[in-house]
Design a protein around this ligand. Structure first.
Ligand SMILES: NC(=O)c1ccc[n+]([C@@H]2O[C@H](COP(=O)([O-])OP(=O)(O)OC[C@H]3O[C@@H](n4cnc5c(N)ncnc54)[C@H](OP(=O)(O)O)[C@@H]3O)[C@@H](O)[C@H]2O)c1
Length: 284
């Protein structure tokens, strides 16, 4: 199976690159913005014409949630328009498209874990662009699976974990919100799950959404506390509300994902978020 990975220098893409050597049945084509700009429809079409692609894992994304509020067009181009180019090209090639979406498609007004069937109602430009991207994939790809995930972190790239470690090395205390609740997800766990499931998806699978995050529930405050405790940092974490912080984009207060479907359909074993955090920290 020849697999194209787009946006492969981001967190998830880098984790897929690290795992690639353990999947000798797959041949990978890792591309980044320089080698394949996914917003360039012509470049996408040419790439699919020149290579045999059996599967596409689209890791490219405009993931700056606050920046997206000021740059609506870029967020839409990368998260929705590019998804449409990729969906059409993979549809024509008969390739399976694996697409990534987000817990931020939900408004967060719920108080029980969101299932794949719950109505989306994004509160931010980023969330709206991710939902639009899902729709492009649902309509345009002939074989597709969408993974909705949340709060990704990794030893690669930029993320909350690294930001907390960086700030804690320079400050005695940090303010972190405790009224946004979700689940931190180690990008390596998600990458491994995607690669493991590829042979398990039925050939005609189309437009199926699967939630995947680590197990358990945390606020960003809990997440920050766990990071610093595991690192033995003396930096204190002060719990604050979202209203006390200068953020631009509205975020869901509650965005825990229900993983019952992926566990039932494929028997996926999902690690607890603290266990995965410890593993990631040992690799940094
Ligand atoms: N991060 C999270 O907390 C989170 C949560 C839920 C869902 N997701 C979704 O999961 C997916 C992977 O997230 P991630 O955290 O791995 O993202 P990431 O670390 O921000 O990586 C995204 C990658 O996409 C690349 N990219 C941006 N525009 C591109 C373009 N026009 N053409 C080709 N590549 C382009 C970026 O390259 P540059 O560095 O050059 O911009 C970057 O390498 C995304 O779809 C994201 O929306 C993420």
């Amino acid at each position: 199976m020849q697999i194209l990975v787009t946006g492969s220098r981001g967190q998830l893409g880098m984790e897929l690159q690290s795992l690639a050597e353990h999947y000798s049945d797959y041949r990978f084509l890792f591309t980044d913005r320089a080698s394949l700009d996914v917003t360039d429809g012509e470049a996408v079409r040419k790439f699919f014409k020149n290579q045999r692609i059996d599967c596409l894992i689209n890791c490219a994304g405009h993931t700056g949630v606050d920046q997206a509020e000021a740059d609506v067009e870029s967020a839409h181009l990368v998260n929705a328009k590019a998804a449409s180019h990729l969906a059409e090209a993979s549809g024509k090639a008969g390739a399976l498209m694996i697409h990534l979406s987000s817990d931020y498609v939900f408004d967060g007004k719920g108080c029980r874990p969101y299932t794949e069937g719950d109505s989306a109602n994004p509160r931010s430009v980023y969330g709206k662009s991710k939902l639009d991207g899902e729709l492009e994939v649902l309509f345009n790809a002939k074989r597709s699976v969408i993974f909705r995930t949340s709060w990704l972190y990794s030893s690669h790239g930029n993320n909350f974990l690294k930001s907390i470690l960086r700030q804690a090395s320079a400050k005695d205390e940090l303010k972190v919100v405790y009224d946004q609740v979700g689940t931190p997800t180690y990008a390596q766990d998600l990458a491994r799950t995607i690669l493991d499931l590829l042979p398990a998806f039925p050939p005609r699978i189309r437009g199926e959404i699967y939630n995947y995050s680590n197990e358990g529930v945390a606020s960003w405050y809990d997440f920050a506390r766990a990071i610093l405790e595991m690192k033995g940092s003396a930096c204190r974490v002060i719990p604050v509300t979202t209203a006390e912080m200068p953020v631009v984009a509205a975020r869901p207060h509650y965005s825990v994902l229900n993983k019952g479907r992926i566990k039932k359909d494929f028997g996926v074993q999902i690690p607890y978020w603290r266990d995965s955090l410890a593993k990631c920290l040992s690799e940094i």
